[in-house]
Design a protein around this ligand. Structure first.
Ligand SMILES: Cc1ncc(C[n+]2csc(CCOP(=O)(O)OP(=O)(O)O)c2C)c(N)n1
Ligand code: SF4
Ligand SMILES: [Mg+2]
Length: 304
């Protein structure tokens, strides 16, 4: 853990003239920024070797506050830009900061295909179950039964479970924590950044203004309490929860569909994947070597 004081961390890593952030009081985005700063400081990552990339959304504003190179791109396309950066300069640490709307709705195809290619980037998705920036529309991760501006009679669609999707697509590292789990979140970000290949950290986050007040509570403290009370640590014994599409329990959902709370499931937290496989760049370099060899062998044959 870093020995620096909060003040020292702010001075070193944040763009002070831009503070305070635009985030609402109690928003989880600031908490994730804090965890990211602490993780990168622990890893002693050189800020000159770091690029933060984001799309559009409240969560996607986060790189703007960080003192490093960064790209604030178009909605849903952060991974495409990050792929380009990594392909051009593989020595850089490339971290994508995205939201559930940016990644799990408009950007979904980039997400699964970057995992399939095993591009060596880290994606941190701040999942607050809605489009916070545009006023609280339902996102693809919003649990069934929830209320939003686009689901005033409750959400009747099934939700995506981003961590399960990432695991199924083959990401080398996958972890989900809530913003209430600071130590675990910092550890997960450190692991994700150091793993070769596509790593994914999903942060279940508070959006008291657009999501919380319609569902859990508009009081961020109550949201945090609910995250702590309703999370369940993943282990082989709880594996069946991983298959469930549900990431979040909701009493109203139980009411609506007449099912019991235990069936509605909990927020499953923990590490879901931690494996090794060659990343895109390693294989690309290997392929180049072989292609060169083949080329010169063919030339030699032509000479003979
Ligand atoms: C192409 C395009 N479509 C729609 C929008 C409008 N828009 C801006 S942010 C956003 C959703 C953001 O949701 P999320 O990624 O979950 O971020 P949050 O604000 O919740 O952190 C949308 C739909 C846009 N900017 N560009
Ligand atoms: S609308 Fe929600 S996600 Fe956006 S800054 Fe406010 S609390 Fe955070
Ligand atoms: Mg969101």
């Amino acid at each position: 853990m870093t020995s620096k004081t909060g003040r020292e961390l702010v001075k070193k890593y944040l763009r002070e003239p831009l503070l305070p952030t635009i985030f609402c009081p109690g928003c989880g985005n600031g908490m994730v920024l804090n965890y990211l700063v602490r993780a990168l400081d622990d890893l002693k990552i050189n800020q000159n070797d770091l690029v933060l990339v984001s799309g559009i959304g409240c969560s996607s504003r986060l790189p703007a506050y960080f003192e490093s190179d960064g790209l604030h791109t178009t909605h849903g396309r952060a991974i495409a830009f990050a792929t380009g950066i990594k392909a051009t300069n593989p020595a850089l640490n490339v971290i994508v900061i995205t939201g559930d709307g940016d990644l799990g709705s408009i950007g979904m195809s980039h997400f699964i295909h970057a995992i399939r290619r095993n591009i060596d980037i880290t994606v941190i998705c701040i999942n607050n179950f809605n489009y916070g920036m545009t006023g609280g529309q339902a996102s693809s991760t919003m649990p069934m039964g929830d209320l939003s501006t686009t689901t005033p009679y409750r959400n009747i669609e099934h939700s995506f479970n981003l961590s399960v999707l990432a695991k199924a697509a083959g990401a080398v590292y996958v972890a989900r924590w809530t913003v209430a789990h600071s130590v675990q979140a910092i550890t997960a970000i450190k692991k994700a950044v150091t793993r070769k290949g596509f790593s994914f950290v999903e942060m279940i986050s508070t959006c008291p203004v657009s999501y919380g007040r319609r569902n859990i509570s508009g009081d961020p403290r109550k949201m945090i309490r609910s995250f702590l009370d309703n999370s369940l640590l993943y282990s082989p014994e709880t594996k069946h929860h991983l298959e469930s599409a549900k990431t979040y329990p909701d009493n109203d959902l139980c009411d609506l569909f007449k099912i019991t709370q235990s069936k509605a499931g909990k927020i499953l937290i923990g590490e879901f994947s931690d494996l090794y496989k060659s990343d895109f760049h390693e294989l690309y370099e290997e392929m180049k070597k072989r292609a060169k060899k083949q080329f010169w062998a063919a030339k030699d044959e032509q000479k003979d």
